[in-house]
Ligand binder design. Structure first.
Ligand code: FAD
Length: 253
């Protein structure tokens, strides 16, 4: 990977949510323009080697900093090093953003109901979208569904409430639906495909999946993405191709 493709950016903050989840912000170079939902490629020097990984941008496209939300994979080539990040360190940022998990990809059906379904750090692109007023003006109803294993992994909950209050003021159509799969006492604790097939997710949202009005985005664990896609297809929804269709997905590994 030629180093000229990257700029060097400073770490401005680090926030640790749990032992294996943290967020950080970087300086944003003026040339780095992106749409909500896109990802950056971030590089870290490990010895002489530049190790590069994809990271969805959490920040709004209008923010002056770039925020990211990361897992720590204990033996992971990238995150076992990244976890020691501190303010003032430098990371490499590829100069252009990537990705098609953006709302612009939807042409038909027209925007009405938006379902954003994430596992773990797959929440990141949706926080970016929710900090873009365009999302709120386009969609009458927005359901953010965030599945984690334990309550302590529910990062960003306060931020989500703040974002809903600021960006969604007067909107009235936003629902945040957490799912905690290892907590039998949580209101919703089954895996997303099960919650869809049983109708529990729709019941919690007070809304139904409808091929004529629904846009649904899935992001995170590839097994969740596959199984959820199948559950949605069984409900008559279709993959979004060349602008048409309901379902768009992004796998993190
Ligand atoms: P890797 O060798 O890359 O992965 C080892 C294993 O760790 C994987 O096989 C998988 O089992 C597990 N794993 C990898 N990523 C995750 C994850 N995010 N959550 C749970 N388990 C995981 N990661 C983020 O933390 N935040 C992001 O915003 C993010 N955005 C991504 C966007 C795209 C388009 C893609 C393709 C991946 C994204 N990832 C994100 C994953 C990220 O690129 C790396 O895989 C992750 O940082 C781990 O790197 P690693 O070298 O430590 O481990």
């Amino acid at each position: 990977m030629p180093i000229e493709k990257f700029s060097r950016e400073k770490v401005l903050s680090v926030h640790r949510w749990t032992g294996n989840l943290f967020s950080f912000t970087l300086t944003r170079p003026a040339h780095f323009k992106f749409s909500a939902g896109q990802f950056a490629r971030i590089g870290l020097k490990v010895g002489d080697e530049l190790v590069v990984r994809a990271y969805s941008v959490v920040s709004s496209p209008f923010d002056e900093k770039l925020e990211f939300f990361s897992i720590v994979v204990p033996d992971g080539a990238f995150t076992s090093n990244l976890q020691h990040l501190k303010v003032g360190d430098e990371l490499y940022l590829e100069k252009i953003p990537y990705g098609f998990l953006t709302l612009a990809r939807y042409q038909l059906p027209l925007p009405q109901d938006l379902w954003l379904l994430a596992t773990g750090t797959g929440l990141a692109p949706f926080i970016s979208m929710l900090q873009d007023f365009d999302t709120w003006t386009k969609y009458a109803r927005i359901y953010l569904v965030y599945s984690v294993r334990t309550q302590s992994e529910l990062a960003y909950v306060e931020r989500i409430q703040q974002i809903a209050a600021t960006f969604g003021e007067g909107h009235g159509g936003f629902r945040f639906i957490p799912v905690v799969t290892r907590d039998p006492d949580a209101a919703l604790h089954e895996r997303l495909p099960v919650l869809i097939s049983s109708g529990e997710l729709e019941q919690a949202a007070g809304a139904e999946f409808n091929p004529a009005t629904t846009h649904v985005m899935l992001c995170g664990n590839p097994q969740m993405v596959d199984d959820t896609r199948a559950a949605l297809k069984a409900r008559g929804l279709s993959m979004n191709r060349r602008g048409e269709g309901n379902i768009a997905v992004e796998n993190y590994w």
